[in-house]
Design a protein around this ligand. Structure first.
Ligand code: HEM
Length: 131
């Protein structure tokens, strides 16, 4: 008898199309809301590559196809963020921007809470400044 498998966060949020729309909403908000200027200015003027890379990364991170690893191998995420000064203010801007994007996408509230906690943990791990 086969054990039923739990749906992954990737399945629960609705797969590739919804995840891509979430990432696009995230960067649209980062681009247009001055609250996020602190982190927006660290990114390139053209956000196309950022959009693709975050989408590919989150695909695997949420339990879907490992799009990022298939293209680039291990992400070494903390090391990749070292060139940018990330303290608690930058972490909180990132997490807040993603929280708003999830809300705008009307993701299931329980899933939003789970992802929010996981995003916070990952963003906090990226911190490389004392404050
Ligand atoms: C803590 C606050 C964060 C700041 C200020 C920040 C900022 C940045 C910046 C400036 C880049 C380089 C430009 C780009 O490629 O878009 C970048 C790349 C990236 N970030 Fe973040 N980030 C943060 C948190 C996160 C989190 C929480 C994740 C994942 C859940 C993440 C995933 C990525 C990925 C996948 C890349 C592309 C890496 C590559 O070049 O291959 N970041 N981030």
């Amino acid at each position: 008898m086969s054990t039923p498998t739990q749906p992954t966060p990737y399945d629960r949020l609705g797969g590739a199309h919804v995840l891509r729309a979430l990432v696009d909403r995230f960067y649209d908000l980062m681009d247009e809301d001055p609250d996020y200027y602190g982190i927006r200015k660290m990114h390139p003027a053209d956000l196309s590559t950022s959009r693709d890379k975050l989408f590919w990364f989150l695909s695997g991170w949420t339990g879907g196809p490992p799009e990022y690893a298939d293209r680039f191998g291990h992400p070494f995420l903390r090391r990749r963020h070292l060139p940018f000064a990330i303290g608690s203010a930058e972490r909180d801007q990132w997490v807040d921007c993603m929280r708003r994007a999830m809300r705008d996408m009307n993701l299931d509230p329980e899933l939003q809470q789970e992802l929010d906690a996981a995003f916070f943990q990952t963003a906090d791990f990226m911190r490389n400044q004392p404050q």
